[in-house]
Ligand binder design. Structure first.
Ligand SMILES: [Ca+2]
Length: 475
């Protein structure tokens, strides 16, 4: 594929225009692929034998895979929105502007620094902010549930405004991939690029073109090790729309069927990732491009009796994060702790792009140089006012102020969070200490929500006899 000029002619051109242009041309490119609700444990090369992800496996083989990368939480049920705002602005949850109208974003900083910036796919932060972040865009606006086969897409006009909706001619994820490939073909090879490919999947509904050949037998999909028929107590978000996707108690066969569809969707996205990797591999720019794969959140899909991502367990907070590119060691994994909003500050450092004034993420380039190095030492998480959590990587405490419940997990011995140790007498001092550290961490990040509610509700919970159906109020 002749995406770019041959390197030799490029070098000749540079010699003609001088050293300053050479420095600009040698700046690395960025291709950032962002999935929607993809659990960290859904990549074959990272230890899931039930799924086929040959292209993500390729990326794992050529870069560093983060085993402990997290999104910070959400302030409403549609966690996609705050997660994307955190990613693009590199701001912690309590300080984001969901519409990205106040904060300067990292893609904008790349553009100001001389990069060609482009996005295709799911934009979820209000129609006014795409043009403030990217120079070119083919964007999908999402308002609630979507069908990626019936998506509408907008072009970013030279005025910075968006064109009227036009039908997306194929599955949104395939169309967005096409758009990124077209951008790569058409771009000026003398200018570095920052391209952001934001998939609308594997978010439910798990709709994939019928002709896509990969299929999974539900009976062959293992249940999550922390599968439960029902969450053991009221976590404050028991009947939100995502939790109504399956009835209670969750049945093993229904979860296996859901996972089979979910895995098929991930394999379909993996095929799109492969198309982009092939194009980069065939071009001279491929050698000088950081390729990042991450997701805006995980999701429960039967773990802890939950379906959605409105919780602070590992399956919903932890995300895949793979980074490959010039100087990044191949085939390595790292246990370093980071948030998704640390990724763009890291890429900015690697590319010589200065941080926007409002950026607060912590760059972790040291981990990319040596994956044995640590990054953050502790993390706090929040979901609305009803769930807050602390983790130092080994010990994790989740606090539910509205029902006065606390959980303590030893992630080293119990990575699936199945044994709550909070009531063990020999853990009382640890619970007290971690609660204090949780409070300090939340306050430092601007979260003033109380960890003890003025009035509490009963923790016991029974499923409603009838839940709202799709299209009804409350769904
Ligand atoms: Ca999402």
């Amino acid at each position: 594929m002749d995406l770019f000029r041959a390197p030799r002619s490029l070098v000749c051109a540079l010699l003609a225009v001088g050293a300053s242009a050479l420095a600009a041309v040698e700046r690395p490119n960025v291709l950032f692929i962002f999935a929607d609700d993809q659990r960290a444990d859904t990549i074959a090369a990272l230890g899931n034998p039930a799924i086929k992800t040959p292209n993500l496996d390729r990326l794992v083989a050529r870069g560093v895979a983060f085993e402990r990368a997290y999104m910070m939480g959400g302030n409403n049920g549609a966690t996609c929105v705050p997660s994307r705002a955190m990613l693009l602005s590199a701001r912690p949850l309590p300080r984001i502007d969901e519409k990205l109208s106040r904060d300067e974003t990292w893609p904008h900083a790349f553009g100001t620094a001389g990069y060609a910036t482009f996005m295709a796919g799911k934009w979820h932060n209000g129609p006014g902010s795409v043009g403030k972040s990217f120079q070119q865009a083919r964007s999908l606006f999402v308002g609630g549930m979507t069908n990626p086969l019936k998506a509408k897409i907008n072009d970013l006009l030279p005025t910075g405004k968006l064109s009227p909706d036009r039908p997306c001619p194929k599955h949104l994820c395939e169309e967005a991939t096409d758009e990124v490939l077209a951008f790569l073909r058409a771009r000026d090879p003398a200018q570095p690029f920052f391209a952001y490919l934001a998939f609308d999947g594997p978010h439910d509904p798990h709709i994939v073109p019928e002709a896509f050949p990969v299929k999974y037998d539900p009976a062959a999909i293992p249940l999550p090790p922390n599968f439960l028929g029902q969450h053991p107590f009221n976590n404050g978000e028991m009947v939100i729309r995502d939790e109504q996707l399956l009835p209670w108690p969750r049945r093993p066969e229904a979860i296996r069927a859901m996972l089979a569809d979910y895995y098929r969707y991930i394999s379909y996205l993996d095929a799109q990732v492969g198309r982009v990797l092939d194009a980069l591999d065939a071009s001279p720019a491929g050698r000088n491009t950081y390729v990042v794969f991450a997701a805006d959140s995980g999701v429960a899909r039967g773990s802890h009796g939950l379906i959605g991502k409105q919780n602070l367990y590992e399956h919903s907070l932890r995300v895949p994060l793979i980074i490959a590119g010039p100087g990044v060691p191949a085939g390595r994994r790292t246990p370093a702790l980071c948030y998704t909003f640390d990724v763009l500050p890291t890429l900015g450092k690697l590319c010589g792009v200065g941080a926007p004034k409002t950026s607060e993420g912590q760059e972790f380039t040291a981990v990319l140089a040596d994956p044995a190095r640590p990054a953050r030492t502790e993390l706090v998480f929040g979901y609305k006012r009803i769930q807050k959590a602390f983790s130092d990587g080994r010990w994790k405490l989740i606090r539910y102020p509205q029902v006065d419940q606390t959980q303590l997990f030893d992630l080293q011995a119990d990575p699936f969070e199945t044994k709550d140790l909070s009531a063990e007498p020999d853990q009382a001092a640890r619970v007290k200490e971690l609660l204090a550290r949780l409070e300090v961490g939340l306050r430092a990040g601007g979260d003033q929500d109380p960890l003890t509610a003025a009035t509490t509700q009963p923790a016991a919970w029974s499923p409603p006899k009838r839940v709202p159906q799709p299209g009804e109020k409350g769904f």
